[in-house]
Design a protein around this ligand. Structure first.
Ligand code: NOJ
Length: 736
């Protein structure tokens, strides 16, 4: 029966503290209503009588809007504020307690304004930019009624076969942690109270934890990982997101050495909540609770529900196991009421923090218009991000292109593309909003929209013989190759890291012409670029860049802006080399840095990467002096400053990313051969130099020791500076 007297709902008093309001509400809830708060459904629909009945009964706490289990791979009709508000109205006005529903959607790298995929955003190494992009996404999604997104994904991914590397910030715990935290601040606002702003979203650090280690790079596969690797690598970006105040955490589909993450009390309760103090909501992944049966640790959905909630999973995403069984599990004492209440409290607290009780409807609360179209301002952020993501990995001097060259051939499957440049997980992005490469080239060259020929030939490259013929008549060929976004992302693993079928043949045909060849690679993962690097005069990696793909491409290739992106993940020489990450631990028989095949591990190839982590060129050259330290010793708890002089020896500006790395030669456990610690972006004018200084506290040397606890040791550490993981110069400091 709907309550009409507001005094009958004291929890609606916004002047009361959140926790008081939660307790007032909890005190009047039935077990069924409590269970309802932990039940997440997909695509709640006010026109569906079953959904309405569930809402009226208080049987649903949140709704995800997504087209299916692997929604990032599908086109989606989009989420509409009217539909969301209609369902909300049933919950608020017709259920006994009027608790609003929390509306969720995967807003992963933009909503209507689409930014580069997260791996591309990571190539910027720019947390301020990532924060601004996330804030734009939050505002647009909130305008459509969404208040919770399942992002950022902070799984470290070292295996390019795994399609979800596209959704990650790469392989470094420090980079992923810093960008993940920035993403959280962008979504939720810089301070905890900002979550109540109608233009903010609750974030979700996912997928806790180790999901990026799926065996063989096969999505959803099992994970075998020890405590050292978990604590010193994979848990760290989650810790950073928690420290940044992330509102929710999602459990991973994977197990950790035999214990599925939806049934892992040690990691969910002891580490996440106990050690780190996380008091937000833990949400299951799609069907993750019921899949405990498939994983072989629960006999049926009832057992799965009991196992998941007691292990620390608060919200059941769409499996229905909680809705079907939790009430009786509490009634018969299998699940303690306190366990249920603790989960419900967390959900209610989040809804109150979001201001949902005060402003349940997007139409009346959002500061944005009904349909949030990309604006000049949001496009400007998308352009900045797509430029910052652009990584030049080879340049024999053909770049930057000269706008006065007589003729260009622009070829490859992406030349006229919009939608394919958005990337995986772009549910509300529209291909029509994308500036295509050909449009941007025409604009840059001052050619009318529909004109082709003479100065610019545009050809999708379907006929290698025709395109070869055209290349003969042009000064420079720019070939746009790479993966369609649906080859990366969820459920899309590959065994071959080469270009998609046929593309290399076209590149060979173009290279055979003997004119300058620039190859631009669109990709959601590190590819084996060996043959491409041999064939082309210049190669750039641009990921899937989002709405401003074309403008970003033209502006970097023509040198209107200097290229500044750096690889946030190692590019292996071949799939047989995987995994190849910067975090290899030292062995008893190290491979010399500059090794040949006799000294390496493989008989048939060199052992190191094709392109190292952190690598990327500008249109000039930069030299590094040897680093120096302010003192040879640093007291435990103190700090030391590392200085390095960088010099631009060319005639164009250099946006250099000066990197600081760490090697800890003697510790309780083997530590990575080198680990990224920090970085600074400096822009050096032609001929200019600068001393870059890093202030390094000894807490930066913290690692988890043999018993898993954090420690900093006295003794030598090696700090290294340089332009990328493959070119670092050491200086030693002793912690005393
Ligand atoms: C499954 C994916 O693993 C997860 O990342 C996503 O947030 C959910 N589906 C919801 O779409």
């Amino acid at each position: 029966m709907p309550a009409t007297d507001p005094t009958a709902r004291p929890w609606l008093d916004a002047a009361l503290p959140v926790d008081t309001r939660v307790e007032l509400l909890l005190a009047v809830m039935t077990t069924a209503e409590k269970v309802g708060q932990l039940h997440q459904v997909a695509n709640l629909d006010a026109d569906d009588p079953d959904d309405v009945a569930t809402l009226v009964a208080g049987g649903v706490g949140s709704s995800l809007y997504a087209s299916g289990a692997t929604a990032g791979n599908e086109r989606d009709p989009g989420v509409r504020r009217e539909a969301v508000d209609a369902a909300q109205r049933v919950a608020v006005e017709r259920s006994r307690l009027g608790i609003p529903v929390l509306v969720a959607r995967d807003v992963v790298h933009g909503h209507r304004t689409v930014f580069p995929i997260p791996l591309g955003l990571a190539a910027s190494f720019d947390d301020g930019l990532v924060e601004r992009a996330a804030a734009v996404a939050a505002g647009e999604a909130a305008a459509d009624g969404v208040r919770w997104t399942f992002a950022p994904m902070v799984d470290l991914s070292e295996d390019p076969r795994w399609g979800r590397v596209a959704e990650s910030f790469g392989e470094s715990p420090v980079l992923s942690g810093r960008l993940g935290a920035a993403f959280v601040r962008g979504l939720q606002g810089p301070s905890a109270d900002d979550l109540a702003d109608a233009g903010r979203l609750a974030g979700c650090a996912k997928h806790f934890v180790g999901y990026g280690l799926a065996a063989g790079g096969r999505d959803y596969d099992t994970v075998s990982v020890g405590e050292n690797t978990l604590r010193n690598l994979h848990l760290r970006p989650f810790r950073a997101a928690v420290d940044a105040g992330v509102a929710t955490v999602m459990a991973g589909f994977n197990d950790v050495d035999g214990t599925p993450m939806h049934a892992h009390p040690r990691l969910l309760r002891d580490v996440l909540r106990g050690e780190w103090g996380f008091d937000g909501v833990v949400v299951a992944d799609w069907l993750g609770v019921a899949q405990l049966v498939d994983q072989g640790v629960a006999a049926d959905a009832r057992e799965a529900a009991a196992l998941a909630i007691t292990s620390g999973v608060d919200v059941d995403m769409v499996s229905g196991a909680y809705a079907a069984h939790l009430e009786s599990l509490v009634d018969d004492g299998t699940v303690a009421t306190e366990v249920l209440d603790a989960s419900v409290r967390r959900v209610l607290r989040l809804k109150l923090r979001l201001g949902l009780f005060e402003r349940p409807y997007a139409a009346t609360s959002s500061p944005y218009p009904a349909t949030s179209e990309p604006t000049d301002a949001t496009r400007a952020v998308a352009l900045e991000a797509a430029r910052a993501a652009h990584v030049v990995v080879k340049n024999d001097g053909v770049l930057p292109l000269r706008a006065d060259a007589t003729s260009y051939l622009l070829t490859g499957p992406f030349v006229e593309e919009g939608e394919a440049l958005l990337g995986t997980w772009t549910l509300d992005g529209r291909g029509d909003d994308v500036v295509t490469p050909s449009a941007a080239f025409r604009h840059r060259l001052g050619i009318a929209d529909d004109a082709t020929g003479e100065r610019l030939w545009v050809d999708d490259g379907r006929f290698a013989d025709r395109v070869q013929q055209r290349a003969r008549r042009c000064d420079v060929t720019v070939a746009l190759v790479g993966e369609h976004p649906w080859r990366s992302g969820e459920a899309n693993s590959v065994t071959d890291l080469g270009l998609p079928p046929g593309q290399l043949d076209v590149l060979r045909a173009l290279a055979a012409v003997g004119r300058p060849l620039v190859v631009v690679v669109y990709t959601g993962r590190p590819l084996d670029l060996g043959a491409v690097l041999e064939l082309a005069d210049a190669v750039t990696v641009v990921w899937h860049p989002g709405l401003e793909a074309g403008n970003a491409l033209a502006s970097v290739l023509f040198g209107d802006v200097e290229p500044s992106g750096r690889l946030p993940v190692t590019f292996p020489r071949s799939v047989g080399h995987v995994p190849t990450s910067t975090h290899q631990r030292p062995t008893g028989r190290p491979i010399p840095a500059a090794h040949d095949r006799r000294e390496g591990r493989y008989l048939d190839d060199l052992t190191g990467p094709r392109l190292p982590f952190g690598f990327g060129l500008s249109y000039t050259s930069v030299t590094y002096a040897a680093p120096t330290v302010s003192a040879a010793t640093a007291p435990l708890g103190g700090s030391v400053s590392v200085r390095v002089e960088v010099r631009n020896t060319g005639d164009r500006p250099a946006p250099e990313l000066v990197q600081l790395w760490l090697r800890d030669p003697v510790a309780q456990v083997t530590r990575p051969v080198a680990e990224l610690l920090d970085w600074r972006r400096v822009t050096l004018p032609p001929g200019g130099s600068r001393v870059v200084e890093f202030d390094v506290g000894t807490d930066a040397f913290t690692y988890a020791g043999r018993d898993g606890t954090a420690r900093v040791d006295r003794g030598e550490v090696v700090l290294l500076t340089g332009p990328h993981a493959g070119d670092l110069t050491p200086v030693t400091v002793t912690v005393v």
